[in-house]
Design a binder for this molecule. Structure first.
Ligand code: AMP
Ligand code: MG
Length: 505
């Protein structure tokens, strides 16, 4: 008997193919190299919500196969896109989706969203790579994408990880996994650099028009839409840099091919969150020059925008206008950073010396190697009462007198808030700050613990850590023990310093 297939949510998906319309210069259509005998590793309920998918979407009979590269849902059309870029400040020529497979765009309540499989095999852009991603790096990308979203930081999303026993050689032998990523667009600065560098100006213009039409329609009204686009990207990048700096996030590989045209955090590799504060911290073990150190990130963001500006020059056609569009970063970044810093300090109105107050705290943190996340979390508990010892905070510093001096300045500043100081005000400020300064971020050792269990076939820690990272501002989470909460929110163990994260993923 020829029965109809059971009703499944996948048949209700509406796929669109706007990127295809750009034409063949932009991509190669191809299929995945499937993961053999795939299994589920993790799924993000929040990412499913973004897509407007039912919570049980993964019970679709084809879901596991499709998201491990073994098949396609009706309406999908897979491709790998081509881009170029500057890597570590040097022009690297053609790169492209060497292990990412674009499945298409699916209609969602928030508009079309692109879906990508990362690690689904070789493409024409693999350049000798194996097209794979290992379980270790897939768990890091999955957890951090979802953690950043919960922190309110623009990012690509991660829907799920599928895994397999397929061996993959890195420094050691590991196993393969595939992350399904979600974003309104995966277009990078490097896509523009690619066509500009080759003098393919029709394609360059088509790409710029595409981004303006679908993502930045307000630029179309401008006298010079391409300069408006550059300014639009500069603003978004400035905002992103301020967000990163404010949570102590180091991306690790800020090459222009890893910069999203939408200002999203993209391509999670050797990233890290600061533990003991060192402004010159380099999270990527392969970055010997420290080009992408924490303190360098805003400057590199500007450098990358400059590369984008150069790529757009044939369209903008006026150096002064292009420079003016880039200059926006130089006003927007300090503005966005000041705004974030003020919120971290619990200040509601702006005073001219607020950044100075925050910066002097940050200098003190650097001198005393104070834990970045714990310091700001404890700052929320600051008592503004005269002579209050604020011991939990004070004890984080070796130089206690220096802290006391800073605390006195902070106390005086709090008195200048329109609401004034005092215990009721302190409690209100504490409440506000607890929604700005997270209790838990994805520290390397937390990811590492989840990875080690997963490599032994136990995905429980990945699942529990995701649950905590989804609520990074909460001290208590139903179903998570006090001991585990203390572990997630506490100081890193001594072995955390030995973790080396490199580009290999
Ligand atoms: P990344 O620095 O990880 O963003 O990657 C830089 C370039 O190398 C991109 O074009 C990637 O697609 C490509 N790439 C990285 N790892 C692999 C791999 N294992 N196989 C194929 N291409 C890769
Ligand atoms: Mg990349």
């Amino acid at each position: 008997m020829n029965g109809t297939p059971p009703p499944s949510f996948s048949t209700s998906l509406r796929w669109t193919h706007r990127f295809h319309q750009l034409g063949q210069a932009f991509y190669t259509e191809l299929g995945a190299e499937p993961l053999p005998n795939p299994h589920w590793v993790a799924r993000s309920p929040d990412a499913a919500l973004v897509l407007g998918w039912p919570a049980e979407w993964w019970q679709d009979p084809q879901a596991l196969a499709v998201l491990s590269g073994q098949g396609q849902w009706p309406g999908m059309r897979c491709l790998a896109s081509v881009y170029s870029g500057h890597q570590f400040g040097v022009w690297a020529g053609q790169l492209g989706d060497g292990r990412a497979l674009w499945l298409g765009e699916v209609e969602t309540p928030q508009g079309p969203m692109e879906l990508q499989l990362k690690g689904a095999g070789r493409t024409p852009y693999s350049r000798g790579g194996d097209g794979r991603a290992v379980l270790r790096s897939s768990i890091r990308e999955f957890l951090c994408s979802e953690a950043m979203a919960a922190l309110g930081i623009p990012t690509t999303r991660a829907l799920c990880i599928t895994g397999s026993a397929l061996p993959v050689q890195r420094e050691t032998r590991e196993t393969a996994a595939v992350v399904t990523r979600v974003a309104p667009s995966f277009i990078r600065f490097g896509h523009f650099e690619h066509f500009s560098n080759r003098g393919q100006l029709e394609e360059l213009q088509a790409l710029a028009d595409f981004v303006i039409q679908h993502h930045a329609p307000e630029c179309a009204q401008d006298e010079n839409p391409y300069a408006a686009l550059l300014e639009w990207v500069s603003r978004r990048t400035a905002m992103l840099m301020a967000h990163w700096q404010a949570v102590g996030f180091c991306h690790g590989v800020m090459n222009t091919d890893n910069m999203s045209i939408l200002g999203l955090t993209i391509d999670y590799g050797p990233f890290g969150f600061l533990d003991a504060f060192d402004p010159h911290h380099v999270c990527n073990h392969s970055d010997h020059q420290g080009r992408y150190a924490y303190s360098q990130q805003p400057g590199v963001g500007y450098w990358n925008l400059y590369a984008l500006g150069q790529a757009l020059m044939p369209l903008i056609n006026d150096t002064d206008i292009a420079v003016a569009a880039l200059e926006v970063f130089k006003t927007e970044y300090p503005r966005a950073w000041a705004e974030r810093l003020r919120a971290k300090l619990g200040l509601q109105v702006a005073h001219s010396d607020d950044v100075g107050l925050g910066t002097s705290l940050i200098h003190l943190m650097a001198q005393n190697r104070v834990d970045f996340t714990i310091l700001f979390r404890r700052l929320g508990e600051f008592s503004s009462a005269a002579g209050a010892p604020n011991e939990a905070l004070r004890s984080l510093f070796i130089d206690r007198e220096a802290f006391d001096a800073w605390a006195q300045t902070y106390r005086l500043r709090l008195e200048r808030e329109p609401e004034g100081a005092g215990p009721v005000r302190d409690a209100q400020r504490a409440q506000r700050m607890s929604q700005v300064n997270p209790s838990v971020v994805l520290r390397n050792h937390l990811a590492e613990t989840a990875i080690r269990s997963a490599q032994d076939g136990d995905f429980g820690e990945t699942e529990q850590l995701l649950k905590v990272l989804r609520q990074p501002f909460d001290d208590e989470i139903p179903g998570i023990s006090r001991a585990d909460m203390a572990r997630y929110a506490g100081f890193p163990p001594s072995w955390a310093q030995q973790i080396e994260v490199s580009c290999s993923s």
